[in-house]
Design a protein around this ligand. Structure first.
Ligand SMILES: [Zn+2]
Length: 200
């Protein structure tokens, strides 16, 4: 998968060891005009884009093609990504609080250590998605496809997995306090998971 991403250019700021983000000669921190950069989003090729650390909070990206994009540590807080293609995207450590990923495609995406408080993944495809250490309360995964997803060590409390496909999902050592698995289908691995007050 790595080879399908664009190789980034180094940030133009002297002495900066970061990579330049797509659509800028600098990394996010050194990009001088964040408003202008965001305004250019619509005309950017976002598939495979290098977007580490960018602030896209509240942005409207419904249906966008972001597959294989690198969004590590980015803020997508409250962003609308409904129906977006995020297959293979890197969202590790990203701030996804309150983001709307309904019907989005996140197959093979990496959401490790991301924060998903109150985010919505209803009917999204998260099959084979990396969710190790992902944390958040009150997120919704209703009718999502979590086939072979790997939420090991995740902290997903008071979340809804109603009607989700959890076949072969690995919730090993996950904290799932108060979460609702009513109508979830398939056999998942809950080894050493905290299932206190879980509805199944
Ligand atoms: Zn820089």
């Amino acid at each position: 998968m790595e080879s399908r991403r664009h190789a980034p250019s180094p940030c133009a700021e002297p002495g900066c060891a970061c990579a330049a983000i797509t659509g800028s000669a600098q990394c996010w921190a050194h990009t001088p005009d964040h408003v202008a950069w965001r305004a250019g989003l619509g005309s950017m090729q976002l598939a495979g884009a290098w977007l580490s650390g960018v602030d896209l909070a509240g942005c409207e990206l419904a249906g966008a093609d972001l597959h294989n994009a690198r969004l590590s540590g980015a803020s997508l807080r409250g962003a609308v990504l409904r129906g977006a293609n995020l297959e293979g995207a890197l969202l590790d450590g990203a701030d996804l609080r309150g983001a709307d990923f309904r019907e989005a495609r996140l197959e093979l995406a990496q959401l490790g250590l991301a924060c998903v408080d109150a985010a919505r993944f209803d009917r999204a495809c998260l099959s084979r998605c990396g969710l190790v250490g992902t944390r958040g309360g009150n997120a919704s995964f209703e009718c999502a496809d979590l086939y072979y997803a790997r939420p090991g060590n995740a902290v997903l409390t008071h979340c809804s997995f109603r009607g989700a496909n959890i076949a072969r999902a690995i919730f090993r050592k996950a904290r799932l306090t108060g979460s609702d698995f009513t109508g979830a289908e398939g056999q998942a691995n809950f080894e050493n998971a905290d299932l206190e007050d879980v509805t199944r």
